[in-house]
Every structure is written in C-alpha cells, then in structure tokens.
Design a protein around this ligand. Sequence first.
Ligand code: ADP
Ligand code: ZN
Length: 359
Amino acid sequence: MKTIRINLSANSYNIYIDRGLLEKVGDTLVKEKTPCKTLLITDKNIEKVYGNIVSESLQRNKFDVRLVSIKPGEEQKTLETALTLYDACFDHKLDRNSLIVALGGGVVGDISGFVAATFMRGVPFVQVPTSLLAQVDSSIGGKVAVNHTRGKNMIGSFYQPKAVFIDADTLSTLPAIELVVGLVEVIKYGVIKDAELFEYLEKHLYDVLQLDREALLKIIATSCQIKAKVVEEDEKEKHLRAILNYGHTIGHAIEAVTNYKKYRHGEAVAIGMIYAAGIAIEMGLTNNAVLERQRSLIKRLGLSLKTGLKPENIVKTLYADKKVIAGRLRFILPVKIGEVVISDHVTEEILYRVLSKPL
Ligand code: ADP
Ligand code: ZN
C-alpha cells in the first residue's frame, strides 16, 4: 500500500492507495479512529457493486454503519439532496464524533463532504473515491460543495477529510468514458508539473486504457502527489493552487455556454487545455510541440476537439466566471510540458484570435 501524507497542520491526513483496498477500509481506519456511528453515503450504481464490501469491512471493525444511497448523477448534487442526507444523519443519531464515509465518484464525494462540513458544524469524514476523476482530483484538497441553479459548486466550503482510500480495482467497473474524462486531469498534472508523468502517458496510454493495475497505480499516485503538494502550499486557493485550473478557464466557459449538457467536464477541460496552449503560443511563451503533444494524447483518448461554439459566447461567459479578478481574466499557460505560468495579461484580441481558429 502506498501512503501519501497531506500536511496541513491540524488538518493533515493520509491518502492510501492500493488495489483491493475497499475490503481493508475498516482495518486501516480503525487505527486512526475509534469505532463510532457511521453514515456510509454512496449512489445506487456504486451501492450495487461496492456497498457491501465497504460496509462489511467497517462493521468487522465495530463501526456502527448505516448505508444511504442517492440517485446517481450531477443533477442530484443539490441542497435538496443534502437535506435528505441530514435526515439520515439525524435518524442514525450522528454526533460530532461520528463519521461520514463517502463511497463513490465526485458527486458523492462533494455532497457527502458538504453534509459532513455542515451537520452540527462538522462531522469527521472519509473519502473512498471510485471514479478516476474523484481519485486523482475531487477527493483531494478539501473542496466540498453542492450546485445552485445559478452555478455549479456555488454553495460550499473547504473541509478536509480525515483520510482518503483509493482502490484502483474499482476502475474495472467504471464506464469507459468516465475513465477517459478522468485521464484528462492526469494529462493536466503532467503539463503543469511533471514532464515525466506526461511522457509515461505517451508511452503507456494503451496499458492505462486496458486497466493495467501497475500503470493505474502509478498515474493515480503521481497525480495525488502533485495535487497534495499544491494543496499543501495553498490550502485555500490564494495563488499557487490556481495552476490546478489549467484548461479549466475556457473549459468551464464551454460547459456553462452549453448548460452543462453537451460536454463532460473532462471533455471541456481537454478543449480548454488546447486553447490555453494556443494562447501561450500567440504570446510567445511556448512552441507548437507543447500544443501538439497534448492534442495527440487527447485524440488517442478518443475525445473530439470540435466545439462549433461562437468565440463571442465563450468570451462573454469567461468574464462572468468567479475567477475574474478586477475585470481581468486569469489564465494558466504552458511554458513547456511540466511548467506553467499564471497570467493576467491575455488580451481580448489574443483570445478572439485563438478561439476563432479551428482546433
Ligand atoms: P465524477 O466522479 O466524474 O465527478 P460521478 O460521481 O457522477 O462523477 O460518477 C460518474 C458515474 O460513474 C456515476 O454514474 C457513478 O455512479 C458511476 N461510478 C463511479 N464510480 C464507479 C465505479 N467504480 N463503478 C461503476 N460506476 C461508477
Ligand atoms: Zn477538473
């Protein structure tokens, strides 16, 4: 088992990464937390395959577990669903020393974390992410949230879990497209911080897509390590943490313009990364090879880079984003594979030029 420590003074915790880890969640957790009343939150898809394994592992270690599952899907990540989860907390008589365990993808992780952060002003919580996106991104860093009709993740907080358990074997049941969109975030980590990870993907993408366990463990652990380091240096997203948003500035705008219906997050981010590389080229920060290597990896994932969206619609939405600082757009731009810069100097003219070119 690989253990990555996230050092956040009083909020420090371990990320455990292995295969076959689901059945050991209880055994590992009991070393850190006295058995207690535990609400295991999952979704209906994941309950079917993994609900019992995790529940029994906790029960064997004397945790008093109640399982509750929500309907799958991003549209469930609302305050209404949170209210039903608070009811489950009351029904199972949770108190401030109890435990909430999130077993699932990013939706389950975000809403369970939100409930854990707010029920009685905070109940300890643990993440057991089962989608690649959740394993390499959303389960780490302490962002918890629900959606509001006015925007995604608009109601939330920073609330760190007590531990994260990542079992690479869970990816064997994950729908193929979910694996692919998770890989976009892994490519992102390569571009922002780790040329070696990027090269590893170029060489071993086939193994990863075939779910070779060694390859999966390697990319998951490396991604977690990178995110952990960035979060350690900047827990509350003041500055450095912004680099994790590479590809996300335009990516979010593309998702928003299409009402979150046409593109999955990862697909939109993939397009956003190519545009960001295009902007960097226009600004003389990088060369064409940095763009082409990203394009080639994304194409090999089978993702389309076509948008057909009007540049002015994307630009308008960009300025409405919560990341606009004093009227300026903030972009994360690649200098080379493994290094990015934060820039507030992308002009509208450059933006239009890049957005008007075919991808
Ligand atoms: P994300 O993790 O991308 O934020 P979700 O939480 O909505 O998004 O998960 C994506 C979909 O994959 C959901 O329908 C969820 O039920 C399903 N899912 C997540 N993990 C697994 C898994 N290991 N096996 C099967 N289905 C899974
Ligand atoms: Zn993302």
